[in-house]
Design a protein around this ligand. Sequence first.
Ligand SMILES: [Zn+2]
Length: 128
Amino acid sequence: MTHPAEEPRSTYYQAFVRDGHKCVYCGKDILESFDSFSASHLDHLKPRKENGPCEDVWNRVTACGVCNNLKGSYDPVPGAMVTEDNFAEAVAAAREYIRQKRSGETATSYYRDYEYWLKESGRNAGQA
Ligand SMILES: [Zn+2]
């Protein structure tokens, strides 16, 4: 297996360096621990479902495991491809979508289950 650092022009390498080794959605430092690194993804900003995968570096971003999961198949630029010109706009739209799901502003079964189990266990949000 070739080490990514040996392929400095690979999409993975270019995206990971461009993103400063941080999740583009929440800013989590992917290199803070091996667990963080191993749970990270090279996310498709525009999901793969339409017209096959777009592997261009502008469509690939560094994402932590939680953000990648919360983003799901959300398409930040419906009807368009992600390019250098709309990259920042696409990341910002996905970041806001994820923030709303993470905060519970958008109702999800995950968040309902989370609140249920907090109550069931007698804990408050954020309490270990
Ligand atoms: Zn994240």
